[in-house]
Design a protein around this ligand. Structure first.
Ligand code: WAQ
Ligand code: MG
Length: 253
């Protein structure tokens, strides 16, 4: 049996009582790893750069191994712009390439830039009009039940590309699951960790890292998933929240 382990932590009370989102994490592990993984999640919530959590929710649920979808990781690429404006322009260009209209990508970047408090989930916007589709308000849609299939092999693969940090590792897993959803055109993200200023645009075509997309010290970040017109929103949300996914190292070409 495998276990989905999900953590969300807030400060000033639980999320549903208006607390500020501090940290979240999603893993899929075997029985032997459970104790260590839940302990590490608690520690992460209590020592986070966004502040010390006073509410931590850790949920453990068994997953039948045969329900897991295996997906090859998106290939990462880095496009470095010298400052925020140029980096966001690159984000817009990448989103356009992926099939997001200029109006929709503008609406998405504006929605992220204007967040006063970080959400614990993502906003779903129409890739054509930029209209919000998920109706989840400040909560957003939290992608869950995903992890790396073979941790050590994945580490080696990332290192070969000069990538080693935990942000990239976790974001690649999430972006790979999201990009594989039927109806998802692209994603844009930057971290809510004040000390992490690299974001990305991801689509079925790949994962483009974008350094300098936010100012250093800013605790606001978020995610926008752009959805093709006429998609089944309930089915997309159900896949994002429920479908177990393990991400594998892509075959060498
Ligand atoms: N599902 C949906 N949205 C999420 C999830 C999730 N599981 N986890 C985080 N978010 C949203 C939420 O609004 C957070 O406030 C926001 O994303 C940022 O989350 O390769 O660290 O975990 O170097 O702070 C990009 C890495 C790192 C780029 C992004 O995001 C690279 C990052 P964070
Ligand atoms: Mg964060």
């Amino acid at each position: 049996m495998l276990y989905s382990v999900r953590m969300r932590a807030a400060q000033g009370g639980a999320h549903e009582q208006g607390g500020t989102h501090i940290s979240g994490a999603e893993r899929i592990v075997c029985r032997e790893e459970l104790a260590a993984v839940t302990a590490a999640m608690q520690e992460r919530a209590l020592t986070h750069s966004r502040g010390q959590a006073d509410f931590i929710n850790i949920k453990v649920e068994a997953i039948a191994p045969e329900t897991v979808h295996y997906l090859a990781a998106l290939r990462p690429l880095t496009r470095t712009a010298p400052e925020l404006g140029a980096s966001r322009a690159l984000a817009q260009a990448e989103l356009y390439q992926a099939g997001v209209s200029p109006a929709a990508s503008q609406a998405g970047l504006k929605a992220l830039a204007e967040l006063s408090d970080s959400m614990r989930g993502a906003m779903l916007l129409c890739a054509q009009t930029g209209r919000r589709l998920d109706g989840r308000g400040n909560r957003g849609v939290r992608v869950s039940r995903m992890d790396i299939s073979e941790q050590d092999e994945f580490t080696v693969w990332l290192l070969k590309q000069g990538l080693s940090n935990i942000h990239t590792r976790e974001a690649l897993v999430l972006a790979t699951k999201v990009a594989a959803a039927e109806g998802v055109v692209a994603e844009v993200c930057w971290s809510d960790d004040p000390d992490y200023t690299t974001g990305y645009v991801a689509s079925k075509a790949g994962y483009v890292r974008l350094p300098n997309i936010k100012p250093l010290g800013l605790p606001q970040g978020g995610r926008v998933f752009f959805i093709a017109p006429d998609s089944d929103i309930a089915a997309i949300i159900s896949y994002l929240e429920q479908q177990p996914v393990l991400v594998t190292v892509p075959d060498e070409r």
